[in-house]
Design a binder for this molecule. Sequence first.
Ligand code: FA5
Ligand code: MG
Length: 473
Amino acid sequence: AATSSAGVTTNPKTVEINGKKYTTDSWFNVSSTTLSLTSRKLHLQKDHPVAITRKIIESVFPGPTYRYYNDFDPVVSTYENFDSLGFPPDHPGRARTDTYYINKDTLLRTHTSAHEAELFRTTASGGYLISADVYRRDEVDRSHYPVFHQMEGARVWDRNKVPNGDLAAAVLADLERLPKHDMTVEDPNPPFHPERNPLQAEYHTEAEAAAVAAHLKRSLELMVNEIFSRARAAAAAAAAAEAAAGRGAKKGKPATPPSDGSGSADEPLRVRWVEAYFPFTSPSWELEVFYQGDWLEVLGCGVSKQELHVQAGRPSQMGWAFGIGLERIAMLLFKIPDIRLFWSRDERFLSQFRGVEDDLTRIRPFVPFSKHPACYKDVSFWLKGASAAGGNLGGAVDWHENDLMEVVRDAAGDCVEDVRLVDEFTHPKTGRRSLCYRINYRSLEKTLTNQETNEMHNRVVKGLVERLGVEIR
Ligand code: FA5
Ligand code: MG
């Protein structure tokens, strides 16, 4: 079989995903490790931290106004994932280096927005929430994994169904009915650039867009507030328990939890809105939370582009949509330090969340169990295609780091904690480019033996040579 640029040597002719068979073609680039995760559905596993996080978010968007869809198949068409949302044909997200394709027209969804066009057709009023596993070819480290979970929400209003046809007034009335919060919102209305985020004045007025945006922002602020209130309560309860245990019968003030923006009750939560860009919303924002000394992006959102409502056969509707990463939120909520832990079947992980889904007051920060030792190994190689004429890649044809990441994941699975480029060098005469990567092998489940680490590393080296055509130095 041919070696594709995406780095898979032999393509199976068909693959089966959740009981359905798909025919592959030369676009196929899904590693067996990733394929095996399509059946896990962590967002539906009772008491899993991803599922608990989903439940908390659902509680902020109650039925019957919002309908929940939690079991959509991860295999979607290229059209659904990209074209239906207005992604241009040359958008980088479509690249085979970034997206897992089954075949040219079929892929593993990269985001829950893949279902937006369909749900806009079927949503006659109110809104919806989707939670699902999503897939992206990406780097390997403590906060990136090729499979993660997203939750998508949307809300629509129909100008033919609101009193006097006054959509802005109807939206503002709904906004009035939402609870308030006392969170500090910095930059509640960041300026936006009409060339990236046009108003869509041909479809709606500024007042209508402003009302929808205000409803969107309040809804999402309430969600973040709910999550961080729970995170704080959890940290305070853990600190109180620790103080009680540490001081015996002495009933003092509970120890102050670490001041990281989520732990301390007297430190107000800080959030801010920043302008963003998505092909299917305008205007668009990201919500950031101040966490451990830095602004962390937690979600993307915006006023849905009217073309999507038109295409869905509901041109009289308008509304908002958002997408949020569940692991990112769960890591904050439970203080989970490594994204790979979500995939663990280790009782020392799973047992810490048991009983929490039905009683959210039992949320406590995750207590890390002892880490097994790390083992660092380097691999240095020359890229193929050695001619100085090749431009800024030093002559390398078709080198994409994500292909290396895929080889590593296939060879060593979850035993790789981290992969980093530690050296690069271009030969002054030949223009050949050499790279050195440092791979950190560490299992979450056991201490790896030298032999096990060596075997994995040999598989990585072999994979790099056979699949990516590099020459080991
Ligand atoms: C999207 O996926 C858009 N579909 C979101 C959206 C929906 C916008 C509806 C407008 C309307 P983005 O790629 O930024 O956007 O991802 C959204 C969220 O998913 C991020 O804010 C982050 O919380 C999470 N996320 C993205 N990439 C990762 C990753 N590699 N690991 C963990 N979480 C991630
Ligand atoms: Mg983003």
